[in-house]
Design a protein around this ligand. Structure first.
Ligand SMILES: [Zn+2]
Ligand SMILES: [Zn+2]
Length: 152
């Protein structure tokens, strides 16, 4: 079980977004040190060259950081998730044309009245969104980083 939260360091009172497991705590997301992406055949987690290039493209955003506040550390992790974890799944046109299959939900963005035309996934959460709101900006305003338990 992993526990995710912003935590203050004992030594200098700066903040990191961290993961805790079995009494051990370590910085995660961009608060951690950059590790070169490795293909799964070399013992890494990445399955395509595209995902490796994407990960390595964010190299300069990695820490260690010295966040002055808890909110800053949470924003740092949010930026990490928006860059690295956010995925859109627009429904295929054929499904969209069949109302029995899709269009069950209104778009979840603000007071948007349109029906969903696809999904967005981030941090193990799913959002139903219309064409206009399948964007990083919309997700950024819908989704907040906090504290979470997880089994992954
Ligand atoms: Zn950070
Ligand atoms: Zn919408």
């Amino acid at each position: 079980m992993n526990y995710y939260a912003a935590r203050q360091r004992d030594e200098d009172k700066k903040w990191d977004y961290t993961c805790m497991n079995d009494g051990r705590t370590w910085p995660t997301g961009y608060c951690s040190k950059f590790l070169e992406a490795k293909h799964h055949t070399e013992g890494g987690y990445f399955h395509t060259q595209e995902s490796i290039d994407k990960h390595n493209g964010f190299k300069d955003k990695y820490g260690p950081h010295n966040h002055g506040t808890k909110e800053e550390a949470m924003d740092c992790y949010k930026d990490y998730l928006l860059d690295n974890d956010l995925k859109f799944y627009p429904y295929k046109k054929s499904e969209e044309k069949n109302p029995a299959v899709r269009k069950e939900y209104r778009c979840q963005f603000g007071s948007c009245e349109s029906y969903e035309t696809g999904l967005a996934n981030i941090d193990h959460r799913t959002y139903h969104l219309c064409d206009r709101h399948q964007t990083r900006e919309a997700i950024s305003s819908l989704f907040e980083v906090g504290e979470a338990w997880s089994s992954y």
